[in-house]
Structure formats: C-alpha cells, structure tokens
Design a protein around this ligand. Structure first.
Ligand SMILES: Cc1ncc(COP(=O)(O)O)c(C=O)c1O
Length: 373
C-alpha cells in the first residue's frame, strides 16, 4: 500500500493520473526502450522546444533536478566564493543549498502575506558583495517581479528565479521563468508539470549562458563531443522527457482544474472567521497555478489533527524555517513574518484528480472545525 492510500482524500493524485494516462506512458516507454534512446536524445530536444514555446523563452535546457537547475544557473553566472546571494528562508532547502554549494553566502530576507519575498526588505539586504537575488515563486504564484527587477537593475544584480513550484504561472502574460537572466524549474513528481522521478529545466534568453549550461550539464562536452570545460552529469533523462511530452499535452487542463478547485475552496471557506485563504484565481493580473493551496489559522496544529482524523491528508510547507534549523547555521537572520506564517500554514489537497465531492468533504471538515462558519 502506498503512503497516501490510508487517506480518504490523499494529498497527491499520481496514482489516478497513472490510471488515466498509462496507455500513453507505457507506449512512450516502449518506444524509447525499443530505440535504446536514453541519453540526450530526440525526446529531450522535443520537450525543451515545447517549453521554450509555451513560456516564450529562447533557451530551455533539461537537467536532472530543480536543485541542479539552480546550482548550474548560479555556476553559469560564475557566482562563488566572496559573493552574496539574497533569497528567502521560506523555501525548500535546495534554493539555499545551491548558493552554499557554489561557495557563495546566502543572505535571507523575509516574506510577505502571499508567502513570496517581501520586496520592502530587499534593499537593506544588499551589500557590495551581493551578486544575485533568487525570488522563489511559492505555491504557484509569481513574486512581484516588476519591483524585484527594478531593484536588481538599480544595483546591477542578477535575478535568478526559483520557479520550481510555478510552471505556467504568469503576470499579464509574462511567464515565471522568463523574468530573470537564468532561471530554474523542478519537474519532480509533486510539481504541476512532472516526470516520474527527478528532473528540471533551466531557462534563459541569453545565448552565452545557454551554451554554458549545455556544457555544464554534460561533463563540459560541446555538441561535437569535444571536452572544453569541467562540467557535471546533470542531464534530463530521455525517458523522463518522453513522459513529460505526454504530461505536457494535459498541462493546460491540469492547471484549469487546479484553479477550479481553488475557486471552490475559496467559495466554500471565505466566510470562516480566523481562516486566511490564498487569493482566489482570476482576480488580478496574476495567473496563479496553485501547486499548493495554503491556508492559515492560529490553531493550525489542532486543525491538522482534525483533518487527519477525517481522513484528509494535508501538508505543511514547512514547519521549521531554514534559518531556525540548527544544522544549517543561518540563525543570525531575523525573519518575523516567515516565523509567523510557518506556525499557521497548512496546505489542503489540490491536484487535477481531486473530485468535487472530495473538495466539498474537505470544505465541510474545515467548516466543522470552525463551528460551521
Ligand atoms: C522552491 C523549490 N526550489 C527547489 C526545489 C528543488 O527541486 P528538485 O526537488 O527537483 O531538486 C523545489 C522542489 O522541491 C522547490 O519547491
């Protein structure tokens, strides 16, 4: 039995997805295996070209994870020892690990009510050593990129988007992953566009950085297989790319369903006093893709237990903010909003295979907690 099977409303829909798409996925596997095309073959190129077209970005380079996408993006910019990179503590550890593994120093700033980097805290974190800012588009919503880019331009800093959670989100038609000079996505099974293992992509409009990235992901070999640099082994698997090409066909529908569910949650829960909800879809120039549906309430732990007892699987991103982790030695940052938010946040199940009845069951269970609000 899988880890999510004991829940009446599981947090993820990967099994249902496989049920529905298995004929196509298995055919894709058979084709790749029959041709023995495993490393950097046609399917990777096709996937890169499709993402490039979808996002409106010149170069897309498939790599083996979102973590490597971030790390290699920073490497391509020559960020290293003596450099500072500004980001948030309310992120998956990979964002900060990428900075540390490049030899640079992470500088952490606070977040705002929408879980994204608080632009008002950015300028005071900039020093002579600052080289880049990594805005993290959390939960499927873009950061305030106009404000971030304006500060970055003022100080001559690179912007590297961590768009791991936000494939397909945009602001007035400009997509996450196209604002920064070089940007990272994850294709992990928990992401809106995913493969069935690890995967990631780097995006850039800069020809030189794209060329550098292609070298770095493949042992420093150029397209003629000449070794021209030291690189890494970080290629998107051709088999995973074949699966991604199938999931990409369903992507718009998947996002539309996520947004429908977000709207249903919003309509059902908006009158619960003491509960803070994400912005509903369709109310602004922000097109959110709801990779998570994070709600906030002062009695989060009690609400979590109540929902678990009802068979509803929830997720907390993340209980301990990274600057409070004793092993990472980042405790010198003061981030009051981050600390407040992580004590209150709880993500409800949201995925394209969640049925309306399941959403309503979740809504009723939350309402029951708030005495039928
Ligand atoms: C914000 C953020 N950054 C980076 C990553 C790392 O991506 P991956 O798991 O593909 O290495 C993730 C994925 O969990 C993420 O959510």
């Amino acid at each position: 039995m899988g880890q999510h099977d004991s829940f009446q409303v599981p947090y993820v829909g990967l099994k249902k997805e496989f049920d529905q798409r298995q004929a196509e996925l298995l055919a894709a596997f058979s084709k790749v295996a029959a041709n023995a095309s495993y490393i950097l073959r046609e399917e990777v190129g096709l996937f890169e070209a499709s993402i490039s077209k979808m996002l409106g970005v010149r170069h897309v380079i498939g790599v083996n994870s979102g973590t490597d996408a971030l790390f290699l993006a920073l490497k391509a910019l020559n960020i290293g020892s003596g450099d500072e990179v500004i980001t948030v503590a309310h992120t998956f550890v990979a964002t900060i690990a990428a900075i540390v593994h490049c030899g640079a120093k992470p500088v952490l700033v606070d977040i705002a009510d929408d879980f994204n980097l608080a632009v008002a805290t950015l300028e005071q974190a900039i020093t002579v050593s600052t080289k880049a800012i990594i805005p993290v588009h959390m939960n499927g919503r873009c950061c305030d990129m106009e404000a971030i880019l304006s500060i970055a331009n003022k100080y001559g800093l690179h912007v590297v988007e961590d768009a791991a959670q936000s494939m397909g989100s945009h602001i007035d038609g400009t997509y996450a992953g196209t604002f920064g000079v070089i940007n990272a996505f994850s294709l992990h099974p928990m992401k809106n566009l995913h493969c069935y293992g690890d995967g990631g992509v780097v995006t850039t409009n800069d020809d030189r950085l794209a060329k550098q990235l292609r070298l770095l992901r493949n042992h420093g070999q150029n397209p003629n297989k000449e070794l021209v640099a030291f690189g890494f082994n970080s290629r998107l698997d051709n088999l995973q790319a074949a699966f991604l090409n199938i999931n990409l066909k369903y992507f718009d529908g998947d996002i539309a369903r996520r947004r429908q569910i977000a709207l249903r949650y919003h309509a059902g829960l908006k009158d619960c006093a003491g509960l803070k909800l994400p912005n509903p879809p369709q109310q602004s120039s922000y097109f959110d893709v709801f990779s998570s549906y994070p709600i906030r309430c002062a009695e989060r732990n009690r609400l979590l237990r109540h929902l678990q007892q009802k068979g509803i699987e929830c997720f907390i991103h993340w209980e301990t903010p990274l600057h409070r982790n004793e092993y990472l030695k980042l405790g010198h940052f003061s981030l009051p909003v981050t600390e407040q938010i992580v004590s209150e946040v709880l993500s409800l199940p949201i995925h394209p295979f969640l049925e309306d009845e399941q959403c309503d069951y979740v809504i009723d269970a939350v309402k029951e907690f708030f005495n039928g609000c």
